[in-house]
Design a protein around this ligand. Structure first.
Ligand code: ZN
Length: 75
């Protein structure tokens, strides 16, 4: 079981994250997210890499909502 930096166990959930890419707000649904019960959030390295690719793709296609599990289409 993966541990949080605070020492608690992390639970893997599909989570919606909202972030900014070049000042555009974009939400990504169903991102595999590790959460502890103190609401600390962590992502696997490969998840962070994919999120960066999806954000770039969304920005280039002028989307503000995308799904982690699809190739960046609208939900
Ligand atoms: Zn924690």
């Amino acid at each position: 079981m993966k541990k949080c930096r605070c020492g608690r166990e992390l639970e893997l959930l599909d989570y919606t994250i909202k972030t900014y890419y070049k000042e555009k707000e974009i939400s990504i649904h169903n991102v595999p997210t590790y959460l502890c019960n103190k609401d600390h959030v962590e992502f696997a390295r490969k998840t962070r890499i994919r999120v960066r690719e999806l954000l770039k793709n969304a920005y280039d296609n002028n989307l503000d909502k995308i799904n982690y599990n699809s190739k960046g289409e609208l939900i």
